[in-house]
Design a protein around this ligand. Structure first.
Ligand code: SF4
Length: 374
């Protein structure tokens, strides 16, 4: 059975001011965590999985020492069959990369890097609490290229405090000059529990206006498509054949397994996730080889809704035929009224094969998705 595998490394040198991801500064827990993670990985042995994509995310996976990464990859290869053409990605934050580490990653079979730049202005990186400068990013990027990485994603963010539309435009221009194969552009979301949230509550977070934030997104679409990038998902752009295979699994509503603290899985129409806190994760694996903290069976109505709103994230749209194959029903039998309403509002359009968001629909994507909820 073919699956995608996500492996979570929940450690960071220092939490960024906007981050609510499952990551911690408790680096002293790394050895015990890796022992537990290796146990969870080796439990996949004998289950007959063929892995077509691996994504090592975090956190900051490149915070691990070379030998720790090597032994993790070794266990992985011993436990599952990874296809020869598999996409194997690691999130690699500037500030935690050296030439030696990049060389080791390449030797370990990692063939895709995802680097977090976020912004071209050091003053913005400082406000965000990032640990690196633009210069460090560029040095890491150039080294990765020299070593032979030919599939690099760079993450950008817009809607940042004190960010002007021109700042974001300069970021795009700078990045395109480096020719990465893939660019992700995500809007800042101010999440509860973060330093940004506390500032926002006090009215002390100088966010750009909603109009400026939208303009940044529109500029990204216009500029990047003009430079030959295919805008293939709401927030993602790639040169030909370099779309993220791993993320395509999520958007195509296919099965994936997540390993590590807080990692989510979707498998056989069940969704489950592991204990989020590192000590609870380790304890659970030691006791029972499983760290699942929550599992739910997804009812058919929810499956249909999720299939639709994940598929609509793709610019090529949601395949009506794929819906029919999966659910044995025409999409109009389930969502005829919703589709009619959204088309009338100018948010959706369709052709014979696909249903897709219009340009306006891209700006109101969440409002569209809600309409599909059971
Ligand atoms: S590097 Fe990423 S995961 Fe770590 S704190 Fe910053 S945003 Fe969060």
């Amino acid at each position: 059975m073919s699956i995608a595998l996500y492996i979570h490394i929940p450690f960071c040198v220092k939490k960024c001011n906007y981050c609510d991801f499952n990551s911690f500064e408790a680096l002293e827990l790394i050895p015990a965590y890796l022992e537990a993670l290796k146990k969870e990985i080796s439990d996949l042995k004998g289950k007959g999985y063929t892995v077509s994509t691996v994504y090592i995310g975090g956190g900051t996976p490149t915070i691990l020492k070379d030998e720790e990464l090597v032994s993790l990859l070794e266990i992985l290869h011993q436990s599952v069959h990874i296809t020869s053409d598999a996409e194997v990605t690691i999130e690699a934050n500037p500030g935690t990369l050296t030439r030696q580490k990049l060389l080791s990653l390449k030797t370990m079979g990692i063939n895709r890097l995802s680097l977090g730049l976020q912004a071209y202005q050091n003053r913005l990186l400082k406000i965000m609490g990032r640990i690196h400068t633009v210069e460090e990013f560029e040095k890491n990027y150039e080294t990765a290229r020299k070593i032979g990485f030919d599939n690099i994603n760079v993450d950008l963010m817009f809607g940042l405090p004190e960010q002007q539309v021109e700042d974001f435009y300069k970021t795009l221009e700078y990045l395109v000059g480096l020719c990465p194969e893939h660019i992700s552009c995500y809007a800042l979301s101010v999440e509860d529990g973060t330093p940004f949230y506390r500032l926002w509550q006090k009215g002390a977070l100088p966010l750009p206006s909603e109009e400026d934030e939208r303009e940044m997104y529109h500029r990204a679409v216009e500029f990047l498509t003009g430079k030959g990038y295919n805008h293939y998902e709401i927030s993602n752009f790639a040169v030909s054949k370099r779309e993220s295979k791993h993320n395509m699994v999520y958007w195509s509503y296919k099965d994936y397994l997540g390993l590590g603290a807080g990692a989510h899985s979707f498998f056989n129409n069940e969704r489950f996730y592991n204990y989020t806190l590192i000590p609870a994760y380790i304890k659970s694996i030691q006791k029972s080889s499983s760290a699942v903290a929550y599992l739910e069976k997804i009812c058919i109505e929810e499956q249909q809704a999720e299939f639709c709103f994940l598929g609509l994230r793709l610019l090529k749209g949601l395949s009506k035929e794929a819906f029919c194959r999966r659910f044995n029903k025409e999409i109009t039998q389930v969502y005829g009224n919703v589709i009619g309403k959204l088309k009338k509002q100018g948010l959706l359009r369709e052709n014979q094969k696909y249903l897709k968001l219009t340009t306006q629909g891209l700006d109101f994507a969440n409002a569209v998705f809600v309409e599909f909820m059971p």
